[in-house]
Write a protein that binds this ligand. Sequence first.
Ligand code: AMP
Length: 400
Amino acid sequence: MPGARSKPPMCRKRRRAANVTNDAISNPNDAPNVTPNAAPNAALPPGATIGILGGGQLGRMAALAATALGYRCHVFSPDADAPAKEVSAAQTTAPYEDRDAARAFAAAVDVVTFEFENVPDETLAVIAEGAPVRPGVDALHISQDRAIEKTFLGDNEIGTAPWAPIITAADLDPAAATGFPAILKTARFGYDGKGQVRVDTADDLAAAWAEINQVPAVLEGFVDFEREISVIVARGTGGETRSYVPVDNVHRDHILFTTTAPSTIDATIAEAAQAIADRIAGALNLVGLLAVEMFVTHDGDILVNEIAPRPHNSGHWTMDACAVSQFEQFIRAVSGLPLGDPARHSDAVMTNLIGDEADQWLEFLNEDGACLRLYGKTESRPGRKMGHVNRLSPMVRPAP
Ligand code: AMP
């Protein structure tokens, strides 16, 4: 990056960030009085600080990729032991609702991004006043809520499972027109099958809604899919996009179990899936990374299940099978750098290590062609993602 070393304008907050510790930033007056970035689309030079909201494994791997490009990372999360904090230069430990801490955080970094999208609106607004927010406040709002997300997809003529919103009891009867079997999902805060109840008949709907505490929800028709695929696309500050090849995803107990790259699906469906991801990223005006999970029906139709404006578990294979991983691509996009080449040099199967499966770490290390990644989580619980293994093999089909 030309001229990056001599006091780059986007690094001006650096000194303050270095003073931040593991403790919560409690006094907003500690924050320097800086204005938001004057040239938001300029490439962030090495030495600048990337703020990451959320401290899980996605943030950890993003911080490692950022560090490799010469950036510093400042992680904000309520959890003092968050995996991303172990590998970052600065940390804020405070609840996501703590606006003073959020304000100080934004003032201490050059750009803010997210590995976790369920940040309260008020916090987002405070952060957006102090630093550029990428992927962007609108993209975060849309992906935080399944009803808003599906409405947005419908408005953009992108297919989804049939669905209906449920906000009050009066919505139950009309929602039943969606058909059964169906899945009732909480509109917000659901992941890995949490907040989801299968509903087999209209008579079961009220009880299912009671099971999720009658919170706002969506009722989704059950899709008899042929397979599940996903596409990860990066979109840069100038609107340019580059996507990874579609991959096949297999879930076990609603949690991603394996990702196979590339998907063995027909080339025309693969191209259509990439085009859908591209369109969604453009419609969101997103800067960063977008993961699009899709169902492919037996007729070859593509229905979008879910979108996430950040790195995604189904992109972990790129860490070992591509020259530029999803995490580096994410950092490149949010930093205004040129996007990297998403082509793969190997085929790969990623297997998540859930709960005590990570205890076999030594066996994976003894296996040729297996790349082990552990997330540094101290406590193993059933259903908790502890790490993953990427198993590489020579490419069978040429990279598209
Ligand atoms: P989600 O949290 O919405 O990504 O759902 C987790 C997993 O549950 C998906 O990857 C699918 O395997 C399954 N699933 C979710 N929604 C549906 C649906 N409408 N029809 C069939 N399977 C679904």
